[in-house]
Design a protein around this ligand. Structure first.
Ligand code: PLP
Length: 408
């Protein structure tokens, strides 16, 4: 049976149990070797990319920002579906190369890149999104030392911000990229004998559910890209316009309507001028591609009452799923969608606090949730857990076992 659930895509339920990728939640956990585990649904990933491609302009290049979920099996699957991968460290670069994708469509952004990371990126011949003038100097030096011309794009800190974003990453003083105002001088002095100029990277924000704000940012991004392209001698091979498409996590949030964003991009792409006219336009997405494909599953290990409240204690928590606990950028904690995976439709309900095994009151899986009455041994599922989960959490804290991960 398929059913609509608050904030979720349609979920499938059989014999009162949540089905994930055609199996019961209990079965997938069994395959993963137990709880706590993240389960990622392969066919959901495929369908998400296909649906986005159908909406977006056909010439738009879609990249996966692997920081959202760098599990090698996930990255390998995404590499086969998308036009490129974006990485944020040397280890992510190694995962991307391991996925077998052409290095020319791997790009590396990140402030404070280490010397070894820059050398590795030059050796691998991936595109390096340069984030400071000193970083450019270092690449000139590496070019001479290593006898390889680095592929360089400039990450630009634009003179605008992506409004109503979960995370604003541009506009104003920022540690990311080079201010747009500094670009003319930098471009006029560019030594293309030492580097291979690729283009620009203009990333303004993340987790945005407001199509108007995305349209506004894209308009400004294209304007800036055209202005900067006019300052470059020779071709601008690609312009990465960032991403920012969000997914609904919390009560009251609606699924993003991508259609107006796609229609506007089509307009912008077909009305370009100058050398920008022939640049590949790249959109770099993380959570929008993988976030809704992931489930975090943990088991109820104890149940107790404390001064009128019912606590479900679980073997999972903040150390695996920091963002769900509310400690990864939230100001006021709100619940992700949480259910009892083996009692989706229990008639008798109670209000519970679901907590983990850590010695901190911050270790919350779900607060004040009205759910079917659960027992020790039941499975708790946290939806929307495919992005910023295992690798965005302090797994070493209290030295509990690391979380298992399965792509199925
Ligand atoms: N690219 C860059 C440069 C980022 O900083 C981020 C997030 O911070 C992303 C991509 C991925 O963002 P999201 O997962 O929200 O799509």
């Amino acid at each position: 049976m398929s059913k609509q659930h608050d904030r979720l895509q349609t979920i499938t339920v059989k014999d009162n149990a949540l089905q994930i990728a055609g199996r019961s939640a209990e079965q997938v956990v069994e395959i993963a070797g137990g709880t706590p585990s993240y389960i990622y649904d392969r066919s959901f990933l495929t369908e998400r990319v296909q649906a986005l491609r159908e909406l977006m302009p056909s010439e738009l290049k879609l990249h996966y920002a692997i920081k959202a979920n760098p599990m090698p099996a996930v990255v390998h699957h995404m590499a086969g579906l998308l036009d490129g991968l974006d990485v944020a460290s040397q280890n992510e670069m190694m995962i991307a190369i391991g996925a077998g994708i052409d290095p020319e469509v791997i790009s590396f952004a990140g402030p404070a890149k280490r010397a070894e990371e820059l050398r590795a990126a030059v050796a691998a011949n991936i595109v390096i999104n340069v984030e400071s003038c000193l970083e450019l100097e270092r690449l000139y030096q590496l070019s001479s030392n290593m006898g390889i011309k680095p592929r360089v794009a400039f990450r630009v800190n634009p003179d605008f911000e992506l409004k109503s974003s979960g995370m604003k990453m541009a506009g104003g003083p920022k540690q990311f990229g080079i201010d747009a105002e500094q670009m003319p001088e930098l471009l006029s002095a560019l030594d293309t004998g030492k580097i291979d100029f690729y283009g620009f990277h203009i990333f303004s924000g993340s987790q945005n559910l407001n199509p108007k704000a995305l349209v506004d940012a894209h308009n400004k991004t294209f304007e800036l890209a055209e202005r900067l392209s006019g300052l470059v001698r020779g071709p601008v091979r690609h312009v990465n316009i960032g991403g920012g498409l969000g997914i609904p996590y919390f009560p009251g949030e609606q699924k993003l309507d991508v259609r107006p964003v796609a229609e506007n991009l089509q307009q912008l792409m077909s009305h370009r001028a100058g050398s920008f006219k022939h640049s590949d336009i790249v959109m770099e997405l993380g959570r929008y591609l993988v976030g809704e494909a992931g489930y975090y599953l943990c088991r109820v290990t104890d149940k107790k009452q404390s001064r009128g409240q019912t606590f479900l204690m679980t073997d999972g928590g903040l150390h695996h799923h920091l963002s769900n606990s509310g400690n990864f950028g939230q100001v006021i904690r709100k619940n992700y969608p949480v259910l009892i995976a083996n009692r989706i439709d229990g008639v008798e309900k109670e209000v519970v606090e679901i907590v983990g095994p850590l010695c901190t009151p911050l270790d919350i899986v779900g607060a004040k949730l009205e759910l079917p009455v659960a027992e020790v041994g039941d499975l708790v599922v946290v939806f929307q857990s495919g992005a910023y989960g295992a690798t965005a959490s302090p797994q070493g804290f209290l030295s509990h076992p690391h979380v298992r991960e399965l792509l199925v």
